[in-house]
Design a protein around this ligand. Structure first.
Ligand code: NCD
Length: 313
């Protein structure tokens, strides 16, 4: 695999290899010196056209722990706000010698365009494109679930909330299906995307029923910044029907875990006590994110380094 653009491009073997490699990376993250020389001499560019702190610092930490040089390009205060588009920005970064471009963009499909148009020789990693996909988030979610539940074959995962605007939901649905898990999406009808019947999932409008028998429940952020119409009557009504509070959490089996990709709207899709409860693995998801991104960068770039060394020697 040359790039990581969509969770749907991963075979079960690819995904398993990434998750297994991430286990090794996680053990490194627990050492006092969290650094490997593996990607020394390579440059990773974080190209962020959309606000993000969590994902950018996660990729930055991952690249640095593998000893790559990291350039952070954020669209705010840059030429992007002066109208420079993806192409010119990419060509500029290419001229500076990017081996990997980690891209987040408000337009769905931007990372594919970057990879396919030949604007960069580097590997392209999709760090979230519009409402389309966020494959490393799905990988870190699968990794977190696997650590708690073991093999995901036959496991039941309930994904709840603003599926319409969520690249996390789509990437998770695709990857979890590949890994043999059964996914149920729960949302008000207005927050399910057109064409969801073609996704490899079941859908439901009733959270209480969908929690019974779930091994993991993933709450999605209500993405108000992407909403220009009223998708539900009120925040209170949304929480009442689709929010996870302590009473609802009581319907989950004892072993089941509660997840959220962050950032959370506490009190909206998830109550504060649930977010902070022992069943919540939300903070672990963040830690695991670094290990999974290390694995992705390592697997995509290590071959390239051999090549670079050969051409330089
Ligand atoms: C997610 C995203 O950006 O898609 N967050 C993230 O990667 N940290 C989910 C979200 O914004 O709700």
């Amino acid at each position: 695999m040359k790039h990581l653009l969509s969770a749907g491009d991963l075979t079960r073997d690819d995904a398993t290899q990434i998750l297994d490699t991430a286990e090794e990376m996680l053990s490194i993250a627990k050492r006092p010196i969290k650094k490997l020389p593996t990607l020394r001499g390579l440059t990773v560019v974080n190209l962020f056209f959309e606000d993000s702190t969590r994902t950018r610092i996660s990729f930055e930490a991952a690249a640095k722990r593998l000893s790559a040089d990291v350039i952070n390009f954020s669209a705010k205060g840059s030429s992007a706000s002066k109208g420079e588009g993806l192409k010119d920005t990419a060509l500029t970064l290419e001229a500076m010698g990017a081996d990997a471009v980690v891209v987040r963009h408000h337009a769905s499909g931007a990372p594919h365009r970057l990879a396919e148009a030949g604007w960069t020789q580097g590997v392209v990693v999709n760090a979230g494109d519009g409402t389309h996909e966020h494959p490393t988030q799905a990988l870190l979610d699968a990794f977190t679930m696997r650590r708690h539940l073991g093999d995901l074959e036959g496991r039941r995962v309930t994904i709840v909330g603003d599926v319409l605007h969520s690249r996390v939901a789509r990437s998770n649905a695709l990857l979890l299906h590949t890994l043999g898990a059964k996914v149920t999406l729960v949302a008000p009808p207005t927050l399910l995307p057109v064409g969801v019947e073609q996704w490899p999932v079941d859908t439901s409008y009733d959270l209480d029923t969908a929690l019974e028998g779930a091994d993991a429940v993933m709450m999605l952020r209500v993405q108000r910044e992407r909403m220009n119409a009223s998708f539900f009557p009120s925040a209170r009504e949304y929480s009442r029907r689709y929010g996870l509070d302590a009473a609802r959490m009581g319907r989950l089996a004892d072993h089941a875990v509660v997840m959220h990709p962050g950032p959370m709207n506490r009190g909206m899709e998830i109550s504060a006590d649930v977010a902070d409860s022992d069943r919540s693995v939300i903070v672990e998801q963040v830690t695991n994110g670094v290990a999974v991104r290390m694995a992705v960068l390592y697997l995509l770039l290590s071959g390239r380094q051999d090549h670079t060394e050969e051409t330089h020697s």
